[in-house]
Design a protein around this ligand. Structure first.
Ligand SMILES: CC(C)(COP(=O)(O)OP(=O)(O)OC[C@H]1O[C@@H](n2cnc3c(N)ncnc32)[C@H](O)[C@@H]1OP(=O)(O)O)[C@@H](O)C(=O)NCCC(=O)NCCS
Length: 177
């Protein structure tokens, strides 16, 4: 498989990207296998009905087109995001599917999620007209408010998007970088 542009120098995040988020001092680092246990705890709390399993996280870390990052505060992982870089969509030169983003429940509302989106947007900036997109459950008002605040637009409703996992429709949200 060819390496996507995503892996060119410039895409790889520095190991320690330290940012201030409200009253927190948060570092954003690339995820590795040692992070998975804590990430799973956040995942299971954030998506109790259909959390990703450990096997899915293990596979994700081996996938060449997928990258993932964790937000760390005082040596504790408090959030993560996972994104997949593709080049197959006509309307954007570069296309990034945001597969998963979650913040530990005790740290929500402090702009940690927004910082992780900013981290991803920064990495897209050297690619003009790149598009970040994802599907959100229609009833996930929290996430819909979050993405709207972070400059995403809702483009269409997607019936049966989640198949047997949920009978709820999804809504597609996109942000051009
Ligand atoms: C969605 C999520 C990642 C947001 O993370 P967060 O760090 O709490 O969000 P932020 O503090 O950066 O919020 C930024 C903005 O989003 C909006 N927002 C955040 N939480 C919201 C809520 N519960 N309802 C409506 N809008 C909300 C607000 O406008 C907020 O800005 P403000 O605080 O200046 O008003 C977090 O709530 C989460 O982990 N949810 C569960 C997992 C999930 O649904 N993920 C998305 C689908 S993949």
């Amino acid at each position: 498989m060819n390496s996507p542009d995503f892996f060119r120098p410039g895409w790889v995040a520095p190991k320690n990207t330290s940012v201030s988020v409200d009253d927190l001092r948060v570092r954003i680092c690339m995820m590795d296998r040692t992070d998975i246990q804590r990430v799973l705890e956040i995942e299971e709390e954030a998506f109790p009905l259909f959390p990703w399993t450990k096997d899915e996280f293990d596979r994700m870390l081996l996938d060449e087109t997928v990258q993932s990052a964790v937000a760390i505060e005082s040596a504790e992982i408090i959030g993560y995001l996972i994104y997949d870089f593709r080049k197959e969509i006509e309307k954007a030169a570069d296309y990034i599917e945001l597969l998963n983003i979650a913040v530990d429940i005790g740290h929500r509302g402090k702009h940690v999620g927004s910082k992780m989106v900013e981290f991803l947007v920064d990495r897209c900036k050297s690619y003009p007209d790149s598009l970040i997109a994802l599907s959100v459950r229609v009833g996930n008002e929290q996430a819909r408010g979050f993405f709207e605040k972070n400059g995403f637009e809702e483009t269409e409703e997607e019936p049966d998007k989640f198949g047997s996992l949920s009978n709820e429709n999804a809504v597609r949200v996109e942000r051009i970088v």
